[in-house]
Design a protein around this ligand. Structure first.
Ligand SMILES: [Zn+2]
Ligand SMILES: [Zn+2]
Length: 245
């Protein structure tokens, strides 16, 4: 069976995410775009994952609980998990590695976490858009220790992508990456990247606003809609990116 997946979405918890991006709104938009599998991946925190997990499960969407971590090298990497508790546990570890600088919501944007009815439960007091003090290698190790999947985000994007910051993509046996994500500009005009064919390649919306959800997605060939089958599809590279227009 083929399932439509958007595996990189930011909520109102990300300082750059729109305040309307509550877990409730994200699930509503995901249903409107016929998405089967959706990952919530806020910058350096998973505090909106419990509400998202509950709402998505009720709606029939397979939720994936994640974070988009910024490493010490300024590389963005997605950490994807089966359950909110795994993502929250990694999030606590990341929080300890963020500089406790005073945070100004007026200047950088809100960082709020909410319940299933969009009631604000709290705000994170450390700026989530910063790089944490852990290296990429330490982060990959921690993701795998939490039984998650480690996928560098938009690796071809200037500024926060792996290629711009490190200058190379080593093969999977040397990096430990479970897949790689390529940006929209890559899929509009694909070109060969070193070692790219050795990885499962993903396309995702990286949505920060409701209208962007599902604008870019990956089709996964899976036996059933489950975390286990999803991890297997990545391992076997049973993925397809439809041509963009
Ligand atoms: Zn990013
Ligand atoms: Zn992102």
């Amino acid at each position: 069976m083929t399932f439509r997946c958007d595996l990189h979405i930011h909520s109102c918890l990300s300082p750059c995410g729109d305040l309307t991006m509550s877990p409730k709104r994200i699930v509503e938009e995901a249903l409107r775009h016929n998405l089967d599998i959706v990952a919530l991946t806020d910058h350096n925190s998973a505090l909106n994952c419990p509400a998202f997990f509950s709402l998505a499960t009720q709606s029939g969407i397979l939720p994936i609980c994640g974070l988009e971590i910024t490493s010490r090298e300024e590389v963005h990497i997605l950490a994807l998990f089966e359950t909110p508790s795994q993502a929250l546990s990694l999030g606590e570890w990341i929080y300890e590695a963020l500089a406790p600088l005073s945070f100004d919501p007026e200047k950088y944007g809100d960082q709020v976490y909410v319940d299933t009815d969009e009631v604000i439960l709290g705000a994170v007091d450390r700026y989530l858009g910063q790089a944490c003090e852990y290296s990429l290698e330490e982060i990959i190790h921690a993701i795998h220790n939490h039984e998650g999947l480690a996928i560098p985000s938009h690796i071809d994007r200037p500024g926060s992508g792996l290629l711009d910051n490190l200058g190379f993509l080593l093969p999977p046996e040397e990096t430990g990456f479970d897949a790689i994500e390529l940006s929209k500009s890559y899929w509009l005009s694909p070109y060969p990247l070193p070692n790219q064919h050795k990885y499962a390649c993903l396309a995702s919306s990286d949505a920060h606003y409701p209208d962007a959800i599902g604008c870019l997605f990956t089709l996964c060939e899976m036996e059933e809609k489950s975390w286990k089958a999803f991890a297997k599809a990545l391992k076997n590279k049973n993925l397809h990116i439809p041509p963009l227009v």
